[in-house]
Design a protein around this ligand. Structure first.
Ligand code: ASP
Length: 435
């Protein structure tokens, strides 16, 4: 029998062909064709992912939490998860700040370039500043208030209210543990069954992923000219992201788990590719969970709790980008930031990445708050808007890798992760059943 190409290989091919198309479309005069006939297939793919995200969180979180034998395990896991998320975020901003101070990309930008970039992106900037200000005007505890919904259906109907959905699902799951077993049994089996159905829907959507990824990348209109102008800055961000993925995460995995790094990377590759193509950790969430459970062997109990939370509050890639960008903009303005100011950037960037929504371009909007925290003119953002999309794609891929790393760490610490051998045995059994 001919060996079938694995799904991740098909997605990789879709990504490669899409990127080539994206670069060639403008010079070949295919922009309109791409917009009318290719882009919609990408939008359909993103819609499918968003469509399943909320039901997936509700069902899998309720199912996962209600499987816990006691509430104390949940609070232990919650404490560890949040501590690790904050720890890796601080590490990420520190890496970004260290590299940008060493490389000093601001000095490579000529005065003319700066003026040109500022003028070209002035109008995009206005909307970002308004959005950032409305976030900033809220009090410090507003984040907490926002987590608790006053109307369940409003939160279910808005994909940006992920923390509210998580809050309600945990509440529901905890209440199930606390209720008499016999009474809750039908509810439990309903969520068990619904969970299986939703995972099958995720599988169906994934079959379409190679086409969706192709369409998304093909319609990007990549502007190589601008990319070149900001190349040192972009390379600085990319280097920071690479340090996180190729140095920090392997060390974390080695210290806290038995998972081999190569196996980890192979397991999470589909989620990274989707993070890259969609620029949204939230849209990628169904696949991140699928990869963690099926490929890494993380239990559903852990993945359904750690990953939705991570998609919303843990953004290591975004944090690196914030650190590098804030200092780069200061350098481009010829301003020397003191150590105290860089510490302020560190703190604000950590909070900004927690507050940033897991959607395309969210990081750059939160960057305005970081810039203002050290008195930098937010108009400086215009310098980097041109390259934000490609950098957003990369940082989102890092964001989902970071979430998956912590899922592996928490699962290992709770003894909730299958070994390579166990996973292989499950796979060969499933294959035998199929044939
Ligand atoms: N697009 C990123 C994400 O969804 C957030 C950002 O803009 O950095 O993870």
């Amino acid at each position: 029998m001919k060996k079938k190409l694995p799904l991740y290989a098909k997605i990789l091919i879709g990504m490669g062909v899409g990127l080539i198309w994206g670069i060639l479309a403008t010079p070949l005069g295919l922009t309109e064709f791409t917009h009318d006939w290719i882009r919609p297939f990408g939008t359909i793919f993103i819609n499918c992912l968003k469509l399943i995200a909320v039901p997936l969180i509700i069902v899998s979180l309720i199912d996962g939490v209600s499987n816990l034998s006691d509430v104390s395990k949940l609070s232990r896991m919650g404490g560890k998860t949040i501590a690790l998320y904050i720890g890796t975020t601080i590490l990420a901003v520190t890496i970004g700040l260290t590299l940008v101070n060493m490389i000093d990309p601001g000095k490579y930008l000529s005065e003319d370039r700066r003026d040109y970039l500022r003028e070209t992106f002035a109008s995009d900037l206005d909307t970002s500043i308004v959005t950032a200000h409305s976030t900033k005007e809220q009090g410090p505890l507003q984040i907490l208030v926002n987590i608790v919904p006053d109307n369940l259906f409003n939160s279910f109907s808005d994909n940006t209210n992920m923390l509210q959905v998580i809050f309600f699902s945990i509440l529901f799951g905890v209440a199930m543990i606390m209720s008499p077993k016999e009474k809750v049994a039908p509810v439990k089996s309903f969520f068990d069954g619904a969970n299986t159905v939703i995972l099958s829907i995720v599988n169906i959507i994934m079959m379409y992923a190679p086409v969706g990824v192709f369409a998304l990348l093909a319609s990007l209109n990549i502007d190589l000219e601008l990319l070149k102008a900001l190349s040192v800055y972009s390379l600085n961000v990319v280097l920071g992201l690479a340090v996180m993925v190729f140095v920090s995460y392997p060390l974390i995995l080695k210290a806290f788990t038995k998972v081999r790094y190569a196996r980890f990377m192979k397991a999470v590759l589909p989620a990274q590719i989707l993070g890259f193509s969609t620029s949204s950790s939230a849209a990628t969430l169904p696949i991140t969970m699928d990869c963690a459970e099926k490929n890494l062997g993380v239990s559903e109990e852990v993945s359904s709790f750690v990953l939705p939370l991570g998609a919303t509050i843990n953004m290591d890639g975004t944090s690196i980008h914030q650190g590098v960008s804030a200092v780069f903009i200061a350098q481009a303005f010829g301003i020397d930031l003191s150590i105290g100011q860089q510490l302020t950037i560190l703190m604000t960037a950590v909070l900004a990445s927690i507050g940033a929504a897991a959607v395309p371009g969210a990081g750059i909007i939160m960057l305005i708050i970081v810039l203002e925290s050290v008195g930098l003119d937010p108009a400086g953002l215009a310098l980097i808007l041109a390259v934000d999309r490609p950098l957003d794609m990369l940082r989102t891929a890092v964001n989902v890798t970071g979430d998956s790393t912590i899922a592996a760490v928490i699962a290992s610490s709770e003894n909730e992760i299958k070994s390579e051998e166990e996973l292989a045995a499950i796979k060969s059994k499933a294959e035998a059943n199929q044939s």
